[in-house]
Design a binder for this molecule. Structure first.
Ligand code: ZN
Ligand code: ZN
Length: 257
């Protein structure tokens, strides 16, 4: 009985999410008011959703580790964690700290099915990324397991990566990194154990013969870094030369190291 009820609730949740996502897709070119404070909006490429004051107040991740992009209190090149345990990826770019109001916008996009926020969110980060593409040949979004994908109705990382790929003219590759297995319970595990568990969730598609040499892994938010480390490690083991980690936002403090 419990299994049946769980199944029904998952299916219903998927239907609800799909309906909400479809109902809320609408063009925002006609926006005349700031999405955060309702001030009158003068639209431009980099400013089609927020007013100038709100744009200036966003929590930009200016002081951070060059390798993992974890926010720091001062400008240093490498954080102590990356110094003692160098990650598999080569560098990171997270434009924002995962803090208000960016966290709210991402949550609305991701959990409330507000898919129309994809373009505005992308417009907030595009200039930073276009300045630092570093000869990346492909953008690889972090995949969702099919059950999660069905519940949410879309992969937020793929939608954002698709938009970035179009604007930066870099290939989007959703065929390389697969997630055949769901995440296991991770709450009480150390970062090392999380990475080990996550590497068992991901797989490099055996059907893909020639992997690109230089890739950017993309996720909407990087939290502990365990997910991207597991994915980057797999790519490096398969011979990818350079792996960058790109994301919209980075949480201020990893919960588990
Ligand atoms: Zn505003
Ligand atoms: Zn670091």
């Amino acid at each position: 009985m419990i299994g049946r009820r769980n199944k029904l609730s998952t299916k219903l949740q998927a239907l609800v999410n799909n309906f909400r996502a479809k109902a809320l897709i609408r063009p925002r070119e006609w926006n005349t008011e700031c999405g955060l404070c309702n001030a009158r909006l003068i639209t431009s490429r980099a400013n089609n959703y927020l007013c100038r004051s709100c744009l200036a107040d966003l929590p930009y991740n200016n002081k951070c580790c060059q390798r993992c992009a974890v926010p720091m209190s001062q400008t240093v090149s490498i954080c102590p964690e990356c110094m003692s345990h160098p990650p598999s990826f080569d560098d990171s770019l997270s434009v924002f700290i995962y803090d208000f109001p960016v966290d709210r916008l991402i949550q609305q996009f991701k959990y409330d099915g507000h898919r129309y926020l994809c373009k505005p969110l992308c417009s907030l980060i595009i200039d930073e990324f276009s300045a630092q593409t570093r000869d990346v040949e492909a953008i690889i979004p972090i995949p969702l397991h099919k059950k999660r994908l069905k519940e949410r109705g879309f992969n937020q990382a793929t939608l954002l990566a698709m938009e970035l790929s179009e604007q930066l003219d870099i290939n989007l590759r959703t065929d390389i990194l697969l997630k055949p297995n769901p995440n296991k319970q991770q709450a009480t595990l150390s970062k090392k154990q999380r990475i080990h568990n996550l590497s068992e969730c991901f797989q490099i598609n055996p059907k893909v013969r020639d992997l690109p040499r230089r890739v950017a892994l993309f996720d909407d938010v990087v939290t502990t870094g365990a997910t991207i480390e597991a994915a980057a490690n797999l790519l490096k083991k398969k011979g990818v030369e350079y792996v960058a980690v790109w994301s919209l936002a980075r949480t201020a403090k990893p919960k588990n190291k």
